[in-house]
Design a protein around this ligand. Structure first.
Ligand SMILES: Cc1cc2nc3c(=O)[nH]c(=O)nc-3n(C[C@H](O)[C@H](O)[C@H](O)COP(=O)(O)OP(=O)(O)OC[C@H]3O[C@@H](n4cnc5c(N)ncnc54)[C@H](O)[C@@H]3O)c2cc1C
Length: 352
């Protein structure tokens, strides 16, 4: 196989809101970024542009008073990144080696996002194959306020914190929210359970699985086919929307064993910067955010990553998760800022 060596100051994995914002900032800083994203693939549900490519109306991205279609928004991001000279490459990155430093010369910004977990049942796929985007969603914050769900009966599938959070949020708009769970107990933390149990608009359908999402192209979702997992009994349950809340999976498989991550696989960053545990490798967007997971927060941390990368390439110190700061030259500044440890291990005072 031919190997092509690309020399770049900044390589960005992912062209969702985080990756393209990092590209806009680093391109404007003359860092000539290369954005690598997986080619469009229906089975893997990948499209350059990230998760917003599979949604319809985005009503909460600032700057678009009337809302904007997800793919249209991402096209604008892409055009803006191109305008300042970003280069694009469509390929899956299947392996990274962060142990050596060819990337003395460049930095890596990881913006590979996360994917919602789905049930894999009939009716769940994206329109036109199912009702995804027409009554089926995996994001209450994103889609809950849409007119299609207001004052309607909705179903949330799941029993963890995500499901409780989604159900509680949806009661702001819905007439009633039914949480369908496979067991007779929730996995959610106590406080989240209490909140859901005390909410008059939430009811639970225990020991049950959703087998199929029902509807028509004109009306969207009209119901779900439920099965009682103890008795095997099946019934049709009318509802106008289904929110699948069984968790998310960050796209971090290829960084396992190299970058620090939490137990689910979200990359750990400094908190004061987007630095990971390896100097010169930064992470932004959903790949490092299990809490907010919004386009605007992804874009915000994308901007931070680009500024961190700029600082790093300018030989300035960047805050690490360990609390110390590092430079591209291998110097460490201690968390108390009292000392600098040089690349060859000498300690010198940092006092002026
Ligand atoms: C249906 C739906 C509706 C949503 N609606 C809204 C909304 O209305 N408002 C809102 O603010 N947010 C919404 N969100 C959430 C929003 O889409 C995400 O928070 C945002 O896209 C995260 O951006 P990101 O750049 O971190 O990652 P992503 O958008 O996930 O982009 C990551 C990119 O990296 C690529 N990639 C991953 N691994 C590799 C690899 N190994 N090699 C090459 N490329 C790789 C992927 O193909 C993908 O294109 C919605 C999400 C979904 C699923």
């Amino acid at each position: 196989m031919d190997t092509e060596i690309l020399k770049k100051d900044v390589v960005i994995i992912g062209s969702g809101p985080a990756g393209l914002t990092a590209a806009i900032y680093s391109a404007r800083a003359n860092l000539n970024p290369l954005v690598v994203d997986a080619p469009a693939n229906t089975a893997k549900q990948t499209t350059p542009g990230g998760q917003l490519m599979i949604t319809t109306e985005v009503e909460n991205y600032p700057g678009f008073a009337e809302g904007i279609q997800g793919p249209e928004l991402m096209e604008e991001f892409r055009k803006q990144a191109l305008r300042f000279g970003t280069e694009f490459l469509e390929t899956w990155i299947t392996e990274v080696d962060l142990s050596e430093r060819p990337f003395k010369l460049y930095t890596l910004i990881i913006a590979s996002g996360a994917s919602a977990k789905w049930l894999g049942i009939p009716g769940e796929a994206k329109v036109p194959d199912g009702f995804g985007g027409n009554g089926v969603s995996a994001c209450a914050t994103c889609d809950g306020p849409l007119p299609a769900f207001r004052n309607k009966v909705l179903v949330v599938v799941g029993g963890g914190d995500t499901a409780m959070e989604e159900a509680t949020f949806l009661t702001r708009y819905a007439a009633k929210v039914y949480v369908v769970h496979r067991r007779d107990k929730l996995r959610a933390s106590k406080i989240m359970q209490e909140k859901a149990f005390h909410n008059e608009k939430i009811e639970f359908v225990w020991n049950s699985g959703v087998e199929e999402i029902l509807g028509t192209p004109e009306d969207g979702v009209t119901g779900v086919r439920l099965s009682n997992l103890q008795t095997g009994e099946e019934r049709t349950f009318p509802c106008a929307g289904v929110f699948v809340a069984i968790g998310h999976k960050p796209n971090t498989e290829l960084f396992k064993g190299q970058l620090d991550m939490d137990e689910v696989g979200y990359l750990l960053t400094s908190g004061q910067s987007t630095a990971t545990n390896i100097p010169g490798v930064f992470a932004c967007g959903d790949v490092q955010d299990s809490v907010y997971r919004q386009a605007i927060t992804a874009a915000g941390t994308g901007c931070m990553s680009a500024i961190d990368a700029e600082r790093f390439l300018d030989h300035l110190p960047v805050a690490m998760p360990s609390g110390d700061e590092v430079t591209v030259d291998g110097e460490h500044i201690t968390p108390d800022h009292q000392a600098i440890i040089t690349a060859d291990g000498h300690m010198i005072s940092n006092k002026s």
